[in-house]
Design a protein around this ligand. Structure first.
Ligand SMILES: *[C@@H]1O[C@H](CO)[C@@H](O)[C@H](O)[C@H]1NC(C)=O
Ligand SMILES: *[C@@H]1O[C@H](CO)[C@@H](O)[C@H](O)[C@H]1NC(C)=O
Ligand SMILES: *[C@@H]1O[C@H](CO)[C@@H](O)[C@H](O)[C@H]1NC(C)=O
Ligand SMILES: *[C@@H]1O[C@H](CO)[C@@H](O)[C@H](O)[C@H]1NC(C)=O
Ligand SMILES: *[C@@H]1O[C@H](CO)[C@@H](O)[C@H](O)[C@H]1NC(C)=O
Ligand SMILES: *[C@@H]1O[C@H](CO)[C@@H](O)[C@H](O)[C@H]1NC(C)=O
Ligand SMILES: *[C@@H]1O[C@H](CO)[C@@H](O)[C@H](O)[C@H]1NC(C)=O
Ligand SMILES: *[C@@H]1O[C@H](CO)[C@@H](O)[C@H](O)[C@H]1NC(C)=O
Length: 654
């Protein structure tokens, strides 16, 4: 009798562990992390609308994002959900794989749990707008991967620790609106571009390492002095009279006027950069909000958000003002006439990463705190005036087509020209075609290559016909892909911004022969570039990436030489060889490509004709749905005839 209750308990335990084991096998995310998250939410009062269903995968929970195979939690974002009280120990501190943690705009208080020091991989930490207190949390100074740390608008006290210097990756440090006291340590982190310590109780000299930041980064403190604020009073050197020529040996804080000018310029440039980044983020944010809740944002006129504020004297100093103030002239201009509502703060706190350096400038991926992503392009060597720039942008902004990447916004100032567009997850054709070759990648199959060819061609037709715009820079890295591999052309219509000083279509491999001399891109030169793109799809080979004058593979010539001498399937991408019964289509597409790369512009078809030809080729395909799964290799062997070479024979094979 006595044994039956205990065996019952045993069975219960057994069942429980089996269930646990099973759930561990079926749920890919770590059980540990799920429990940590649940116990955080259970112990922390919050709004009712925040509910996590414990039988669901944590990766589906509001605010939780996992890595790509859902094995671990990468980010936790719970802004403004009414969390109250102290963060319990042994909860969030167990999410050791976390990259992003945002708990901003809640009513959290007390000290941060010390086990935050376990979050070694954390890159962004947003705790602003809460009521955290105590000294600067030392656990944070061990998180050496941090790039953005925001603990502003809390009630932290005590000194700002020197050990912040351990956070060598920081790009943004926001400590404003707290009650820090004492003097500022010499924070010397190379990459730091945003810093704010305003509205605290600090006194003493601003260290030279921080004097590159604007006055507003230091305002409203007890008694801070020195560059960029007014100079400190020295007992043995009355400062009011500006006699900067030779300051006493050790008085570094009294830096000369020259230094402060340089600092002001640095600040102006720096703040312009930061503003640009912010603008990008804002755009993303707006777009997202607009999609989600259109009725909330009734403003019909695009709001220009980015204005130059602060340090006005310095930022306008170098401008050739024509009666218009800097703040009116330099704005982020949205192009799609949509309704935007941003939180400038959100933009400022966005993180940016370089996507690539192209022929027209550098592209950045900017991630808003909430997770929205945009691409910001910094154009270099723009030669046109602001008016011309704006006209061209307006023209480009009007283009709407599913195969053309829309331009969302632009920014023009003397030093900075930015374009903002959507971020495409699936990357570029170039990456898909040439990325990690040979290392177990999934080859791009024929159907998808055809899809990319036809959709990008349609985008170009729209540019040419409806937009009256020459793309001018067709290459595989400017063909961006949606997740279904539908293509979008990007970077179009920018050549007019660079004048004639630079060769259009700077990647030699795609440039039509006549462009080298005329320096002018035309519809027909677009067709040539598109032909090279088709050859790239067919051969899997990248055209010459070198700039003007350098040697490399000339794809059209190479294909012509192979095709002329003896027809072999060798021109085609080896990755396509595994698919059966596609030879005929490949040959037909090759013929289209070859007509596009004709050296005589007039012999090239127009983009409309190219689309029609590819579509005709596709039509046969739909009758034969089983084409690729068929094992009969005989079909299509008739296609082994050399395509008509319309151009003179290649003189040499590179
Ligand atoms: C929780 O999720 C499970 C399955 O995922 C579902 O059956 C259940 O209805 C959900 N509960 C709530 C309260 O949504
Ligand atoms: C990961 O989880 C997300 C959200 O629950 C889901 O959409 C996605 O398909 C999952 N991915 C994998 C590889 O399981
Ligand atoms: C999930 O992906 C990570 C890398 O992102 C890898 O280390 C891990 O082994 C993967 N887990 C599973 C279950 O596939
Ligand atoms: C913030 O916390 C302090 C104690 O640390 C408390 O006195 C104050 O009332 C709190 N403020 C708010 C707005 O909750
Ligand atoms: C900062 O780094 C130094 C050297 O790497 C180390 O000795 C020190 O303990 C660290 N300080 C903190 C507070 O993390
Ligand atoms: C800053 O203030 C503290 C007390 O609040 C004082 O002890 C210290 O001397 C002050 N430092 C300077 C440089 O004024
Ligand atoms: C610093 O923060 C204050 C208060 O929030 C703000 O007014 C100021 O513009 C900020 N300065 C910079 C450079 O971000
Ligand atoms: C410097 O001295 C002037 C007058 O002597 C005083 O008004 C000012 O507050 C002092 N500034 C600092 C930073 O101590």
């Amino acid at each position: 009798m006595a044994s039956s209750p205990s065996s019952f308990v045993l069975i219960l335990i057994l069942c429980y562990s089996i269930i646990l084991l099973l759930s561990q096998l079926t749920n890919s995310e770590s059980i540990q992390e799920k429990q940590a998250l649940l116990s955080f939410l259970n112990q922390t009062p919050h709004e009712n609308r925040l509910q996590w269903n414990s039988s669901d995968s944590a990766c589906n929970w509001i605010g939780v994002e996992c890595n790509s195979n859902n094995s671990t939690v990468y980010s936790l974002r719970l802004p403004g959900v009414g969390l109250v009280g102290q963060i319990p120990v042994n909860t969030l501190g167990r999410l050791t794989q976390l990259r992003v943690l945002s708990l901003r705009s809640n009513r959290l208080s007390g000290k941060l749990p010390t086990d935050f020091s376990n979050l070694k991989l954390l890159r962004s930490l947003y705790l602003q707008d809460n009521n955290f207190s105590g000294e600067f949390p030392t656990s944070l100074t061990t998180l050496t991967r941090l790039t953005r740390l925001d603990i502003s608008s809390n009630t932290f006290t005590g000194n700002v620790p020197f050990s912040i210097n351990n956070l060598t990756k920081l790009t943004g440090l926001f400590l404003e609106k707290n009650a820090f006291s004492g003097s500022l340590p010499s924070i010397n982190v190379d990459g730091l571009i945003s810093f704010n310590i305003s509205q605290n109780n600090l006194n003493g000299t601003i260290p030279r390492t921080l004097s590159k930041f604007p006055q507003s980064s230091f305002s409203n403190n007890l008694n801070l002095c020195g560059d960029p604020l007014p100079p400190c009073n020295s007992s043995f050197f009355p400062s009011p009279s500006p006699s900067p020529s030779n300051s006493p040996s050790k008085q570094v804080k009294k830096s000369s006027k020259k230094l402060s000018k340089a600092a002001i310029i640095a600040i102006a440039v720096g703040s312009a950069l930061i503003l640009l980044l912010l603008l990008l983020i804002l755009i993303l944010c707006c777009k997202r909000r607009r999609n989600k809740q259109p009725p909330k944002l009734p403003k019909p006129i695009p709001r220009s958000v980015l204005t130059e504020t602060g340090t006005t004297s310095s930022s306008t100093k170098d401008e050739i003002g024509v009666g218009v103030s800097e703040s009116e002239r330099n704005k982020l201009v949205f192009l799609d006439g949509g309704v935007y509502s941003f939180d400038l703060e959100d933009l400022l706190r966005a993180s940016a990463e370089v996507l690539g350096k192209g022929s027209v400038g550098t592209s950045y991926k900017a991630v808003l705190e909430e997770g929205t992503t945009v691409v910001v392009k910094r154009l270099k060597d723009v030669t046109v005036t602001k008016r011309e720039f704006e006209l061209q942008m307006e023209c480009l902004g009007k283009i709407k087509h599913e195969n053309v990447l829309p331009l969302r916004a632009f920014y023009f100032s003397k030093d900075e020209k930015l374009l903002v567009c959507d971020f495409m997850n699936a990357g570029s054709l170039s990456a898909l075609l040439h990325g990690s070759r040979g290392s177990g990648r999934t080859p791009l199959d024929w159907d998808n290559r055809m899809k990319i060819a036809i959709s990008s061609a349609r985008g170009l037709v729209h540019l040419h016909l409806s937009g009256k715009i020459v793309h001018g820079n067709i290459k595989s890295s400017n063909i961006l892909l949606r997740s279904d591999l539908d293509a979008c052309v990007s970077d179009y219509g920018l050549n007019p911004l660079f004048g004639t000083s630079t060769p259009p279509n700077r990647i030699a491999g795609y440039r039509a022969p006549e462009v080298v001399e005329t320096r002018k891109v035309t519809y027909k030169s677009d067709v040539y570039s598109f032909g090279v793109l088709l050859l790239e799809l067919l051969t899997g080979k990248a055209p010459n990436q070198a700039s003007l004058g350098e040697e490399g593979i000339d794809l059209p010539r190479w294909v012509q030489s192979v095709v002329r001498e003896e027809w072999t399937a060798e021109v085609f991408d080896v990755e396509l060889m595994r698919f059966h019964n596609i030879e005929e289509e490949m040959v037909q597409l090759l013929q289209i490509a070859m007509s596009c790369v004709s050296t005589v512009p007039d012999q090239r078809p127009s983009m409309q004709e190219v689309v029609r030809m590819i579509e005709d080729l596709n039509r046969g395909e739909t009758d034969d749905g089983l084409r690729q799964s068929s094992d009969d290799p005989s079909k299509g062997s008739d296609g082994h005839t050399p395509p008509e070479a319309r151009t003179p024979p290649a003189t040499r094979t590179p």
